[in-house]
Design a protein around this ligand. Structure first.
Ligand code: NI
Length: 198
């Protein structure tokens, strides 16, 4: 390259700004570039269609489960609810940019009304979603969630649904950011929100 001397200070300044930009944030998001997430077209707790475009510009905490779940889902949803309330208390503006989303993997029993009432017990802003078996299966695949209905213990008895236990934070464009820890307590959970939500 043949740089004339008068350009050198400018180049040095550009390099410095680049360094500052890189040094300002520590690590890239752990899920950066992961192929998960994407379109959602399901039914909300009020019976209306909900599309992912409604969440544009907002961070999303996405969790899949089912209302009949005896132990895991209630614990995880309680963490999401309490964690978000804590984040709201400490930084209302940033917390308002986060939309929690609960998607049922048991649409046969989780009607819109059932899933809506259930999710509201954990946080008033949780968007509860269900749909047809096929719609739910499609979204679960996109979001890298496994689930499998189990045979009931007794014939005709209630069944359970095995499912991935992942609380995933997505960014304002729907891009995956990080898995939020479900087993390290509320402090660790909120620390991750604080870290990634701008
Ligand atoms: Ni569950």
């Amino acid at each position: 390259m043949n740089q004339s001397p008068q350009f050198r200070p400018l180049l040095a300044l550009a390099a410095l700004l680049l360094l500052a930009a890189c040094g300002g944030r520590s690590d890239p998001p752990p899920l950066q570039g992961a192929t998960m997430g994407g379109p959602i077209n399901l039914i909300g707790g009020d019976g209306r269609r909900v599309s992912d475009s409604q969440f544009a510009g907002r961070y999303r905490i996405v969790y899949f489960g089912f209302t009949f779940c005896p132990d895991v889902c209630p614990v995880d949803l309680a963490l999401i609810g309490a964690g978000l309330r804590r984040f709201e208390a400490e930084d209302a503006a940033r917390a308002a940019r986060v939309t929690p989303i609960f998607i049922s993997v048991d649409p046969a029993r989780d009607t819109p009304a059932v899933v809506g009432a259930y999710a509201a017990r954990f946080h008033p802003r949780i968007v509860a979603l269900t749909g047809s078996e096929e719609e739910v299966a499609q979204v679960a695949r996109r979001y890298a969630i496994y689930y499998q209905r189990q045979p009931p213990a007794q014939p005709g008895g209630a069944y359970l649904v095995d499912h991935s236990r992942q609380i995933v934070l997505y960014g304002p464009e729907g891009e995956p950011i990080a898995i939020l820890p479900h087993d390290q307590g509320i402090d660790a959970f909120v620390a991750e929100l604080r870290r990634w939500v701008r």
